[in-house]
Design a protein around this ligand. Structure first.
Ligand code: NAD
Length: 294
């Protein structure tokens, strides 16, 4: 058996086209052009690449992109003052602060300063609470993308057994909440879980968000299960170069799973598409409009 590939690039492309259409309609019918402000402190090369691809996706969707670059030495007070200005700016519907921040800055304090209505990363405790209590919320982009991909394989996730490996605030916990909202039966596994392979083998839907290269082996997977690999790990490749691998041993897993995401080209592109989707959702909610139909 060979698993079907869940093509994150193609699904993200399709999603971005629908977002662009909904953005055009929002601007035509209500005169609103969604705007995303991205704040980068310092010059970490990986963060710079990520910020550039976000800005490009935003403008391609017909939205406005506002990039704010502060030097590595910027103070916490300067960063907070910038966020307060963006909170008050009516042309900005989404604010994204690129992590990690330099060590002298308290990330939690900074993220909690963002207006929850503009928190397109969905990290503010108000959005986490809204998600947990089933209210309209801005939800973290990576788990949002994971659920969209899982629903491409199973249009309804109701009553499926879902196992999420990882309990971070960014991926594991919000993913578990989103799956619960879809009526899946959810198990959250983590570094202290007993007999992780046996827990994974129960899963119709297996999500790996650990950060350990190829930890999930083929024999941890229930035959026919859907596997979504969130992990992005750099390991030595051929000719002294590094290559990217996920948290799942792909070559083994694809012989057992029913459907699986590749790394790269799986969850990554969906995360960016969900950033622009959240910007559109924030613009609609901010204007008292219903959720956009995507
Ligand atoms: P994290 O380090 O915050 O959390 C990792 C989680 O894995 C923890 O909850 C921990 O309990 C669990 N864990 C650690 N060792 C384990 C073990 N041996 N067995 C079971 N569980 C274990 O990481 P994160 O921010 O949630 O990211 C996880 C992975 O996803 C990383 O590889 C990261 O690069 C990737 N990621 C990808 C995207 C994307 O867009 N594709 C976005 C965010 C994170």
């Amino acid at each position: 058996m060979t698993a079907t590939l869940i093509d994150g690039k193609a699904i993200a492309q399709e999603l971005r086209a629908s977002i662009a259409a909904a953005t055009a309609a929002l601007s035509k019918e209500h005169g609103i052009v969604p705007g995303l402000a991205v704040v980068l402190v310092g010059s970490d090369p990986a963060s710079e690449v990520y910020v550039r691809s976000k800005s490009k996706a935003v403008t391609e969707a017909g939205m406005r992109s506002f990039d704010h670059k502060l030097p590595e030495t910027a103070s916490q007070a300067e960063l907070i003052a910038l966020i307060e200005r963006l909170n008050a700016d009516k042309s900005v519907h989404g604010i994204l602060v690129q992590l990690p921040l330099p060590r002298h800055i308290d990330s939690t304090l900074v993220l909690n300063t963002i207006d929850p209505g503009k928190d397109v990363d969905g990290f503010h405790p108000v959005n986490a609470g809204r998600l947990a209590t089933g209210q309209r919320a801005l939800v973290p982009c990576t788990p949002f993308g994971c659920v969209i991909m899982a629903k491409k394989v199973h249009p309804s996730l109701s009553s499926l057994d879902a196992v999420v490996i990882g309990r971070s605030n960014i991926v594991g916990k919000p993913l578990a909440q989103l799956l619960l909202a879809e009526n899946a039966t959810v198990t959250v596994a983590h570094s202290r879980t007993k007999d992780l392979p046996a827990v994974c083998r129960r899963a119709d839907l297996l999500f790996a968000a650990v950060g350990r290269p190829e930890m999930v082996r083929g024999d941890w997977i229930k035959p026919g299960a859907t596997v979504i690999d969130v992990g992005i790990n750099r390991v030595p490749g051929e000719g002294g170069k590094t290559k990217l691998v996920g948290d799942v041993a792909f070559a083994e897993a694809k012989g057992v799973a029913g459907a699986i995401t590749p790394v790269p080209g799986g969850v990554g592109p969906m995360t960016i598409a969900c950033v622009i989707l959240n910007t559109l959702r924030a613009a609609c909610a901010g204007a008292g409009l219903p959720e956009p139909k995507i």
